[in-house]
Design a protein around this ligand. Structure first.
Ligand SMILES: [Zn+2]
Length: 133
């Protein structure tokens, strides 16, 4: 995975996070001093989780955000890395899609603005009639 992908989804460091794709609790243990209660803190975080993945080589995990959900780099499911590969491999189609979709949205907004302008003009005419009589 690339640094650009990490930057795009605003990856930040966290000691632990649950992967929203596979529901695995991921936690970093290279520096136990970072955990407020050391091993006891880790045990507390692991409570109730059936799927856990320890990252003994990392001081902290890199956790980004997609659709408002925290996403974990390095989770064994690999979904986050698959998304990046899919986006990059489909980039031309995605750029075309965004271009076409944005043009359609702009056209729709312009049509709405025109309708609103016509309605506003009619209202002014109606009000004008009311003021005269
Ligand atoms: Zn996962």
């Amino acid at each position: 995975m690339s640094q650009e992908w990490k930057d795009a989804i605003r990856a930040e460091e966290q000691l632990h996070a649950v992967c929203p794709f596979c529901h695995t609790l991921n936690f970093a243990t290279a520096n136990l001093g970072l955990w407020p209660y050391g091993e006891a803190g880790i045990a507390q975080v692991k409570k109730g989780h059936t799927k856990v993945q320890e990252h003994p080589d990392k001081d902290q995990l890199e956790v980004g955000e997609l659709e408002g959900k925290k996403v974990v780099f390095g989770c064994e499911c690999g979904r986050l890395e698959m998304f990046e590969a899919w986006i990059w491999n489909s980039r031309y189609e995605i750029v075309d899609y965004i271009t076409l979709r944005a043009a359609a949205e702009i056209a729709e907004n312009k049509a709405l603005e025109e309708k609103a302008g016509i309605a506003k003009a009619r209202l002014a005419v109606v009000k004008g009639r009311g003021e005269k009589s």
